[in-house]
Design a protein around this ligand. Structure first.
Ligand SMILES: [Zn+2]
Ligand SMILES: [Zn+2]
Length: 151
């Protein structure tokens, strides 16, 4: 492992420039036995494996995507503390597109989850929905304030 998964740096894929998610597996004691950067599961390109590089060292811009539905060009940012589940770690703030922001502000979380799950292949949607809803619950718990409009 040539990176420290606990660093707060944002990592991107050198090939597609998408932000990457931290995948972690724990053993029964809670020790991390596997940690690597993966493409967000709702937005996983089939043509390559992630080539992780810290955003700062990547020498380029990151393609911004909505952290809820993976649409490009998020326009809002939700301040959020770090949290993790056995298969996923969230570091820092969450970006949101206009559509997700609107649903979040109205509290329509089933629709937010629906937007996220719609990006998954049909066969994975049912399982993905449970995971997405669990992550959204944690997001609500760790959220640190109102959405900030991004330029
Ligand atoms: Zn990529
Ligand atoms: Zn969105």
């Amino acid at each position: 492992m040539d990176y420290d998964p606990l660093t707060r740096d944002e990592w991107v894929c050198r090939i597609c420039r998408r932000p990457l998610d931290l995948y972690q597996r724990h053993d029964d004691d809670g020790t991390v036995v596997d940690a690597r950067w993966i493409h967000p599961s709702a937005d996983r390109p089939a043509d390559h494996d992630p080539d992780p590089v810290p955003l700062e060292a990547s020498g380029g811009e990151m393609v911004g995507t909505c952290d809820f539905c993976s649409d490009p060009g998020p326009t809002w940012r939700y301040p959020c503390g770090d949290f993790s589940v056995p298969w996923y770690g969230s570091v820092g703030d969450w970006a949101a597109c206009d559509a997700c922001h609107d649903l979040i502000e109205r509290g329509v979380w089933t629709a937010v989850a629906g937007r996220a799950v719609a990006k998954y292949p049909e066969a994975l949607r049912r399982g993905a929905r449970r995971e997405v809803e669990q992550i959204h619950r944690l997001f609500r718990k760790h959220r640190l304030g109102d959405a900030v409009r991004e330029p």
